[in-house]
Design a protein. Structure first.
Length: 268
């Protein structure tokens, strides 16, 4: 029997990268999946976003495991669309138990190159989008008698990493959201935690190559990003395994936790 057998998980940013990995890993352990992704590019983000074809690949991967999946194109910035997607999934599956607030974007620039639009886009997706995700899901978790919310933060949610100011602000901000909700929702048997990955081998990290020029200009900053373990990036499944634990009954009394899967980055 799987570790989340019979549970239903709602995952944002599910078309590729960590989101697809989360969907597959939870499905391997018995969960049905409600998957959403915006499937659209941002003018000021230097890498391509996931596509509807990517989301279709996530559907195939989950169905290949003989699990059910509802996939909806929805932007976490759009609270009404996100609620409609969750409601549709719950209508089909009958319940909601697990939330993975995973969708995010990132840009690299010095502080004086952060435009108002870059700031707004990053905070809208990475912070407000997490809030929208939680608000859409919490009533269904309450109806199920409890559940687990897992928010994807970052080492940038713990350390003041340079050239990422909007991203750092958002990733710190969602730790505050987690702490507040962990207190407020405990009486409903809803646990709320954050995961803090180091760099993960995904298109997002691959799209941040501009970081190298800044490190060359300011080499003393480089060690802020270094892991103590001899790896530059971790694999998406490493984060998925942490999510699986936090979503499972093995973590039934774990709430308010900032769980690091960072190869030692934050202890430097």
């Amino acid at each position: 029997m799987g570790r989340v057998q019979g549970k239903v998980a709602f995952i944002t940013g599910a078309a590729r990268g960590q989101g697809r990995s989360h969907a597959v890993r939870l499905a391997e352990e018995g969960a049905d999946i409600i998957a959403v992704d915006a499937c659209q590019d941002f003018d000021r983000v230097g890498y391509a976003m996931a596509t509807e074809a990517d989301l279709a690949e996530t559907v195939k991967a989950v169905e290949a495991l003989d699990r059910r999946i509802v996939a909806v194109k929805a932007d976490v910035r759009d609270a009404a669309a996100l609620k409609a997607a969750v409601d549709e999934g719950v209508a089909q599956f009958g319940r909601l138990d697990i939330v993975s607030a995973n969708a995010g974007i990132c840009t690299v620039q010095k502080w004086d190159e952060v435009t108002p639009q870059i700031w707004a886009d990053t905070l809208d997706v990475n912070l407000t989008g997490v809030w929208h995700t939680c608000v859409a899901a919490i009533p269904h978790l309450q109806a199920a008698g409890g559940g687990s919310i897992v928010i994807t933060s970052s080492t940038s949610g713990i350390k003041g990493q340079p050239w990422l100011a909007p991203y750092v602000a958002a990733k710190h901000g969602i730790v505050g959201v987690m702490r507040s909700l962990a207190n407020e929702l405990a009486e409903h048997n809803i646990r709320v935690n954050t995961i803090h990955p180091a760099g993960v081998d995904t298109p997002l990290v691959a799209g941040l190559g501009g970081m190298n020029q800044f490190i060359e200009q300011s080499p003393t900053m480089g060690p802020i990003f270094m892991n103590t373990m001899p790896v530059e990036v971790v694999d998406p499944v490493d984060i998925s395994n942490a999510l699986l634990y936090l979503a499972s009954d093995e973590a039934r009394y774990v709430t308010g936790l900032e769980m690091k899967v960072d190869a030692g980055c934050t202890i430097r």
